[in-house]
Design a protein around this ligand. Structure first.
Ligand SMILES: [Ca+2]
Ligand SMILES: [Ca+2]
Length: 103
């Protein structure tokens, strides 16, 4: 049995902003809570949204280029460096330059 009181409900998912709200359970009742999941803001070139520009991002960009998969849940649209709606060689080059300190 859960003690009475107010609890913090936290929803986290990779690539999304953290959602946090307060809930107060009622004995014998139930709680329904809509959880708006907002895509996390990422820097151009940050394909995996981990907050860093690294070789992993270049690999992801090249994988996208090779498969021409368009965007997937694992790659952020905001990572599109030249805003052409695709992730590809341009993004990989940008990431490599950024990661090596050339930018
Ligand atoms: Ca990254
Ligand atoms: Ca692009």
């Amino acid at each position: 049995m859960t003690a009475a009181g107010t609890y913090t409900l936290i929803a986290e998912a990779a690539g999304y902003e953290k959602f946090e709200t307060q809930v107060t359970p009622i004995r014998g009742g139930s709680i329904t809570q809509n959880i708006p999941m907002t895509l996390a803001t990422v820097a151009p070139g940050d394909m995996n949204g981990d907050g860093a520009i690294s070789l992993a991002d270049a690999v992801l960009a090249l994988q996208m280029e090779a498969g021409d998969l368009g965007f997937s849940l694992d790659v952020h649209k905001q990572a599109d460096v030249n805003r052409d709606g695709r992730i590809g060689v341009e993004e990989a080059l940008y990431v490599l330059q950024e990661a090596s300190g050339l930018r």
